[in-house]
Write a protein that binds this ligand. Structure first.
Ligand code: ADP
Length: 480
């Protein structure tokens, strides 16, 4: 087969085709000479001489073979009549031309089939490579495993020969072949997960994407592309844990802030009341024995006022959040952990949140969870500030400021903060929102101050507010 293709390649080049035609006609003439003893064959032995270039060479080479054959026949074979010679020559030319066309058609069909075969082989190789590199399982119409790729075997920790022929239900908890076959294609995507069961009994979250080989899901073979969602799942759990932790820290921080406000606001009137009672006691003392009873009552009132003050101070002490010693932390790592929580804030206002943290040389001194709380507060405020705007963008930027400080900025495209409001907005209980508590900025400022920095607000290049603070940088760990 390969040899024929090589000869055909050689003969398809112009001069080679002509040479082939000439040699073929020469050989055919010799053959006819040999057959002379058995009778007159005229054009018959010359037909193979036309077929050869027709199958292997160009149209012109075939025409040359026909012309040479006619010429040789006219010269070498004497005919009784000229009409007979011309008719025979014409007939031969016609048959030769037909042979030529059939040969060409056959050749181009062969070439096309070769081309298709090569394409099919390449496609097969691609499918095999895809199957070999992806966890894929093929099921028959009863959901029995027909084929399983190596990565899928690795996923279930099972050998291919042990998996083939087993019902797929044995690999996936609560797998319901009936439901899967009656669902619209593609419905079982990676964000809905199943519980895969490994051969050693381990259970893991598994994404299944489904396709059917033919149109009818009830009878068709099904191709299942599997995804091990363990990593995604544990990231999800970590993020949920962090979110719970942040909620708790927020509750403690806001309670502490409220206790500080109450203590601050009540301390002064209670102290004043105690002083007034003390002064009354002095006056009553001057009135002598007659005022003894009243003086005792005032004493009781004074002790209750002092007790109230002590209770408030005690509550403040209890609710004051213990500041943990600051530890070296990577800024990028603290923000990466927050990523999913921050991104969840965006959709509520249809805001896009861009995080741009310089992660080279980004070690800072921080109380990780408190710092994260401060960032969440600022981003939440920024997202709320852009909610009614046409442009709804929030940016969280982190840059080393100088050898000693790393700057963090949360900015937005909201309305910004009027200059005369700047000081007031940090005051506890100050809010412009119908459902606001007015504690976010005061808690954030306390956190920033506990980190040795100060929280400032200015105008962002995006048109809204820009809240900025700095943290002390920690020394980079020497490379071991
Ligand atoms: P709350 O969010 O509960 O109102 P905060 O202490 O976090 O409490 O904020 C106080 C006020 O500061 C807000 O009500 C709002 O008016 C203003 N504010 C906070 N952040 C922004 C911001 N990014 N842009 C404009 N105003 C803001």
């Amino acid at each position: 087969m390969a040899r024929v293709a090589t000869i055909s390649n050689w003969a398809s080049r112009g001069p080679n085709g002509y040479a082939l035609a000439t040699v073929a006609v020469g050989l055919a003439l010799l053959a006819r000479l040999g057959l002379e003893a058995f009778g007159k064959f005229y054009y018959l032995p010359l037909i193979p001489a036309v077929m050869l270039p027709a199958m292997l060479a160009s149209r012109r080479a075939t025409a040359l073979a026909i012309a040479l054959s006619i010429a040789a026949n006219v010269v070498l074979v004497s005919r009784e009549s000229l009409v007979d010679a011309v008719v025979n020559a014409l007939l031969f030319a016609l048959v030769g031309a037909a042979i030529g066309e059939i040969g060409r058609a056959r050749r181009s069909l062969k070439e096309r089939s070769l081309e298709l075969k090569t394409q099919l082989n390449t496609r097969n190789a691609t499918i095999h490579a895809m199957l070999a590199s992806a966890p894929v399982v093929t099921l028959d119409s009863r959901s029995v495993v027909l084929a399983i790729s190596q990565p899928a075997c690795a996923l279930f920790r099972i050998a291919e020969r042990e998996a083939v022929g087993r019902p797929f239900q044995e690999f996936v908890e609560f797998f319901d072949a009936g439901i899967i076959r009656s669902s619209p294609p593609g419905e079982y995507s990676a964000d809905q997960y199943w519980l895969g069961r490994r051969a050693d009994g381990d259970v893991f979250p598994l994404g299944i994407q489904l396709a059917f080989v033919t149109g009818d899901p009830r009878t068709s073979e099904a191709i299942l592309t599997l995804t091990d969602l363990s990593l995604w799942h544990s990231a999800e759990l970590r993020s949920q844990e962090l979110s719970d932790q942040l909620n708790q820290v927020w509750r403690m921080n806001s309670l502490g802030e409220m206790a500080a406000i109450l203590s601050h606001e009540l301390n002064q009137p209670l102290t004043a009341a105690a002083s007034y009672l003390q002064a009354s006691q002095v006056d009553l003392g001057r009135a002598g024995i007659m005022a003894d009873s009243a003086s005792r009552t005032v004493e009781l009132a004074k002790s209750q006022v002092l007790r109230a003050g002590a209770i408030i101070r005690r509550a403040r002490e209890l609710l004051t959040v213990e500041t943990q010693p600051l530890e070296p932390e990577r800024m990028s790592s603290m923000i990466d952990d927050l990523g999913p929580i921050i991104q969840l804030l965006g959709p509520a206002s249809d805001a896009s949140i861009q995080i741009d943290i310089d992660n080279i040389d980004d070690r800072v001194m921080a109380d990780r969870i408190q710092f994260q709380q401060a960032i969440v507060n600022l981003v939440r405020n920024a997202v709320e500030a852009v909610a009614d705007r046409e442009r709804r963008e929030v940016r969280l930027v982190g840059r080393p400021l100088c050898p000693d400080f790393y700057e963090v900025r949360v900015e937005d495209s909201g309305p910004g903060v009027p200059a005369d409001q700047v000081e007031r907005m940090f005051e506890p209980l100050m809010t412009t929102k119908s459902d606001g508590m007015g504690l976010g900025l005061s808690v954030t400022r306390t956190i920033v101050e506990n980190h040795g920095g100060s929280l400032t607000v200015g105008r962002s290049a995006m048109g809204g507010a820009a809240f900025t603070f700095s943290l002390s940088r920690a020394k980079e760990e020497p490379i071991q």
